[in-house]
Design a protein. Structure first.
Length: 603
């Protein structure tokens, strides 16, 4: 061997050794087992991790080599752990049936090894049956290198995780079976005769009758905001009575890392008398946005900075169906403890509207809607128990404000529209359009092609679908490695879906310039609406894309997105130019009267 080759090899070994020296190995052991937990005063068997419910917080620094030994001590169940929002090799993503990962057998072990390539607030959870609901979930925080914040506004004196979750006395398996028996099994918030009487007084008998007739013919409930009720809502595993508390001193900046680790719950979050400044979304830094409250979908995360001054503040996260609160406290450590929690008054429960069904205009006053002119046939066509209509498929809501309230009119505490959080007048609620990436996006190319993800299902059999098929019947979606893609989520259903993509971040098309679009791993797609994102398909592998409402995913709303070096003919996308050409041809062939008839549905 020549001296030159020997020197080259020696230099390579030295460089490798230096890499090993500077990359710290952070190692954890996680033991998954069945244990007894007592959340509501009734001891029940659930899943614990290292004897804890929920699972413990894991902490890393960007650049670490993560080594996580997972031991499955469950007797009769395979298990798994997915690292939600992390960029890592496909085999380490932890989804059984993807990238050659087969799950962790009972009494088996698996070692997850990956380079930590990012910082921010994330979490981890099972991707096996309903184990996530049953306790296999925990928070995961990655600090910037040497814990130096990326920007001055992110500096904080204290740092707390605020993990929201929903606990049920029934096991996930029982809940899933009950939903299969009837999609309305847990609907205990139906409207009463008193509600109908109030509507008749407000809107008149004729309008009330036609409205009720229409909803009955669609076999829909206006109150169907959450599939599952009966939850106890937790903060870091504690009930409101147990009152998780974070301490502070006046004039300190406190970072609160909100994680929605629930199985099925959206929350409206506020801290009365304390402004919050949003500094990160889904772990990714954003330019600061001062708010009074924000809505957080299942699987999303938001980091906020607060500057508490007085002795006591209450963190309040109310479920979107107004069935309960997750409550916690911030307390001045210079003042004596002794404050109990104060259970707030629930906000008005919003009622779904025709706009949430994809019909009508956001400017309508739904309390005055008169459906008497609608024919019986047209209402039968809007059978949302089937959730597959030509009208909805034809609509393009991509320019619609994703979380803007559809109507703020309140009368006798009745409010309308999925997105209406009843935010107090004068208060600022976070909107997706407020989010702007802290640092410019590196890829600002226009999308070359479009991938359509159409969300629907059949409520009668509780089956949820992507592009008309449940996961077990669907062909995988295929996209070309390196391509810039517009992912178009079209919600043909009457429920909101927090859509999560594994392995990569999407850039949310929220009205910002391409360089300023925020990174998101999970996006809420409201009922009857379309949300679009941009994706650079730069991670080879098989990646799950699914609704993060656990029982929607389990009932079929999931698919496999394969990023590979594939030919044009093998991809699931359509070229943007070809789409535009087809749209131009169709617009020329559609009769003008038909176009006028549909114009009210385009926002």
């Amino acid at each position: 061997m020549s001296i030159h080759i020997k020197q080259t090899l020696l230099l390579g070994l030295c460089l490798s050794a230096s890499t090993w020296v500077f990359a710290e190995v952070k190692e954890y052991h996680l033991n998954i087992a069945e244990g007894t937990v007592n959340i509501t005063g009734k001891p029940v068997k659930r899943i614990t991790v290292n004897g804890q419910f929920p699972a413990p917080l894991l902490e890393f620094e960007e650049g670490d080599d993560a080594v996580i030994h997972v031991h499955n001590h469950l007797k009769n169940q395979d298990s798994s752990i997915h690292w939600h929002g992390l960029l890592l090799p496909g085999l380490m993503d932890g989804v059984p049936g993807f990238n050659g990962f087969n799950g962790i057998k009972p009494n088996g072990d698996f070692v997850y090894k990956f380079k930590v390539r990012q910082s921010g607030t994330y979490w981890y959870h099972a991707h096996s049956k309903g184990q996530e609901q049953d306790g296999l979930y925990g928070s995961l925080v990655i600090y910037p290198k040497d814990k130096k914040p990326l920007a001055a506004h992110e500096k904080a004196d204290r740092d707390y995780v605020v993990m929201l979750s929903d606990f049920h006395d029934q096991t996930s398996d029982k809940i899933q079976k009950n939903l299969k028996i009837s999609a309305e099994y847990y609907q205990d918030q139906r409207e009463t005769l008193g509600d109908i009487w109030k509507q008749a007084q407000r809107d008149g008998v004729k309008a009330t009758w036609s409205d009720r007739k229409m909803w009955n013919q669609m076999r829909m409930l206006k109150t169907d905001l959450s599939d599952v009720t009966g939850y106890t809502f937790l903060v870091n595993g504690k009930t409101p009575t147990q009152n998780w508390t974070g301490m502070f001193k006046p004039n300190e900046k406190v970072r609160l890392r909100f994680i929605n680790a629930s199985a099925m719950s959206f929350f409206d979050v506020r801290i009365p008398n304390l402004k919050m400044t949003v500094v990160a979304a889904d772990g990714q830094p954003v330019k600061p946005v001062p708010v009074d409250e924000f809505r957080i979908g299942t699987a999303e995360t938001y980091d906020v900075i607060v500057e508490p001054q007085i002795g006591h503040y209450q963190i309040e996260a109310e479920s979107i169906d107004r069935s309960g609160f997750a409550i916690a406290t911030l307390h001045n450590e210079n003042t004596p403890m002794g404050h109990g929690i104060h259970m707030p008054q629930p906000r008005p429960r919003s009622l779904l509207t025709m706009d949430d069904m994809g019909h009508g205009s956001t400017s309508m006053d739904h309390s005055k809607m008169d459906h008497s002119s609608m024919s019986k046939e047209s209402m039968q066509d809007m059978d949302h128990s089937k959730m597959n209509h030509a009208e909805l498929q034809a609509m393009d809501h991509s320019q619609h404000e994703n979380t803007q309230p559809t109507s703020t009119k309140q009368n006798n505490t009745v409010v309308y529209g999925w997105a209406n959080a009843s935010t107090p007048k004068g208060d600022k609620a976070l909107q997706y359009s407020d989010l702007k990436a802290l640092t410019p996006q590196t890829d600002t190319r226009e999308a070359e092609s479009e991938l359509v993800i159409r969300l629907g299902g059949t409520m009668e059999r509780y089956i949820w679908t992507i592009n008309g098929k449940k996961f077990s019947d669907a062909e995988p979606l295929k996209v070309k490695y390196g391509e810039r893609i517009r992912v178009k989520f079209i919600n043909d259903s009457m429920m909101a879906h927090p859509m999560h993509l594994h392995g990569m971040f999407m850039q949310l098309e929220n009205g910002q310039a391409s360089a300023d679009m925020p990174n998101k791993h999970t996006v809420i797609v409201p009922p009857g609406k379309t949300v679009t994102t941009l994706l650079t398909a730069d991670e080879l592998g098989e990646w799950a894309i699914h609704c993060h409402l656990l029982y929607h995913m389990s009932a079929g709303m999931m698919n496999k997105l394969i990023v590979a070096n594939v030919t044009d003919g093998a991809v699931s996308t359509q070229k943007i130019k070809a789409l535009q050409l087809n749209q131009n041809v169709e617009s020329k062939t559609v009769p003008s009267t038909e176009m006028k008839g549909d114009s009210h549905a385009h926002h």
